[in-house]
Design a binder for this molecule. Structure first.
Ligand code: AMP
Ligand code: ZN
Length: 475
């Protein structure tokens, strides 16, 4: 079956043809380890896990190499370490923060049903490769040293002849646009506003390594160079798929392409560039100040009054196509939970017969990971009582099919419950009003909305014969 993937660079869905079918290679930008991963961070992890599973299905388990890095050198890590462990030397505090965050991350994404990547390289273990690339860039005239920094020059790249791609091609911007958009407070040591940091000096006490390009003081790498170094080390100069969230296209991925192509004199870094859309919560951008910042851990432990099973989170994520934005809402999460409960109930009672994955499911998945279409196919399989096929498809997507995995605890006393109860009451009021004006379409819609929230309603009459509606939580 032909796999077709949407490529951010060429802006089209194309047939996927690996450079070497016996070694399909994918790199995905991983977490910066300083805090619990939020539900937006979970999106690329889940999306590319589905792709990893599909590639393994198509090319064989031992013929796919998936690399997802861990960024363990970053200002945010240093700040967190100084804040959380003020008594410790900074380097020790940093190790504590990164090790602990990495453990939390693994615990969360393991629970979400994501396979571990083939390699999970840490940035701090690839400083030598970063220095090599930086030296090559300076020798090639693409980078220069100024004030103990090494800076990459996009203008030099675009002035060079040969196979190199144009800087700005991935993000679809021109250098002039980027210069116009550059901030006014450009560092004085930069030749051009668009030049970006490959290497910089470390402040006293910060992690530091011997510098490249003849700089005599120690320093540390910029963010973009990490991924060029780790993908090179583990996947080679050019590989098949590079992925991450849409926010990484510019500047991070644009700069990765620039570094790798100029260092290795290649016309491309990856054959296919894939980016997942952004996730927002209840209609708003997730942010700490808005108070709607949700970590994977919170969802698993207590979000809006429930501990949500990790498989429910995974399923809710896959109901939306990966390139579309997701609005993460309590309604859709409850609905996802109920769908999975129904399916798993059927699987428990239905025939355990082993069945192949139906073509319709594979075709939808091979059509640029159309998981929403796949889920529609799964609804059909259930309707037709093809439980063996349903189970096989769920397994391919990384679901256990085990009813026990969907255990959900409700926390009756949380603020959410008060809020949720108010929502339920006001929805029931709106439904009663709709019924009174004989707008049954609207009253049915509200009943369905309540059902999606896990609320069952019962219509009756009170002692005076007036209609009343009572409700209860379905599960
Ligand atoms: P970071 O640790 O911020 O570099 O992010 C790790 C990964 O999560 C990157 O691939 C980001 O693009 C992705 N990401 C961050 N926030 C969101 C979001 N709200 N929705 C979807 N993906 C996100
Ligand atoms: Zn990266």
């Amino acid at each position: 079956m032909a796999l077709r993937l949407y490529d951010t660079l060429t802006k089209e869905k194309r047939d996927f043809a690996p450079l070497d079918p016996s070694n399909v290679r994918m790199y995905v930008c991983g977490p910066t380890v300083y805090d619990f991963a939020h539900i937006g961070n979970a999106r690329p992890v889940i999306v590319f896990d589905v792709l990893f599973r599909l590639l393994r299905h198509l090319y064989g388990e031992n013929h796919v190499k998936y690399v997802r890095n861990i960024t363990d050198v970053d200002d945010k890590i240093n700040d967190r370490a100084a804040r959380d462990y003020p008594g410790l030397p900074l380097n020790e505090a940093i190790r504590k923060v990164t090790e602990q965050t990495e453990r939390q991350f693994h615990d969360d994404v393991d629970a979400l049903g994501c396979l571990r990547p083939t390699v999970e390289p840490r940035a701090t273990e690839h400083i030598a490769e970063m220095r090599t690339i930086i030296d090559r860039l300076v020798e090639g005239g693409f980078a220069y040293v100024a004030a103990d920094h090494v800076l990459f020059s996009p203008a030099a790249m675009n002035a060079a002849n040969g196979v190199l791609p144009r800087y700005g091609a991935l993000a679809n911007r021109s250098l002039d646009e980027m210069i116009a958009g550059a901030r006014v407070d450009v560092a004085p040591y930069k030749r051009d506003a668009t030049d970006f940091v490959l290497w910089k000096p470390s402040k006293p006490g910060e992690p530091s390594w011997p510098s490249p390009a003849g700089i005599t003081t120690e320093g540390r790498p910029g963010w973009h160079i990490e991924c060029s170094a780790m993908s090179w080390k583990h996947l080679g100069e050019t590989f098949d798929i590079h992925g991450g969230g849409i926010d990484l296209v510019f500047p991070h991925h644009e700069n990765e392409v620039a570094q790798s192509c100029c260092a290795f004199h290649t016309d491309r870094m990856a054959q296919t560039w894939m980016h997942n859309g952004f996730l927002q919560v209840e209609g708003e951008k997730m942010s700490k100040s808005l108070g709607n910042f949700v970590t994977i851990r919170e969802l698993r432990e207590n979000w809006n009054g429930y501990s949500w099973p990790a498989e429910t989170l995974r399923f809710n994520m896959l109901r939306t196509h990966y390139r579309q934005p997701i609005d993460w809402t309590l309604n859709s999460l409850s609905e996802s939970h109920n769908i999975l409960c129904d399916w798993y109930d059927d699987l428990k009672d239905g025939s355990p017969a082993v069945a192949p994955i139906p073509n319709e499911v594979l075709e939808a998945l091979c059509d640029d990971l159309n998981t929403s279409k796949v889920i529609a196919e799964l609804h059909t399989l259930r309707k037709r009582k093809q439980f063996g096929e349903l189970r096989a498809s769920l397994t391919l997507l990384g679901f256990s099919g085990e009813r026990a995995a969907l255990h959900r605890t409700a926390f009756g006393q949380s603020n959410f419950r008060v809020q949720a109860d108010l929502n339920v009451e006001s929805l029931i009021e709106a439904r009663t009003a709709a019924r009174a004006r004989k707008d049954f379409k609207e009253s049915d819609r509200i009943r369905d909305e309540l059902a999606a929230m896990g609320i069952t309603i019962k219509d009756g009459k009170d002692a005076d014969g007036k209609p009343v509606t009572t409700w209860e939580i379905a599960r």
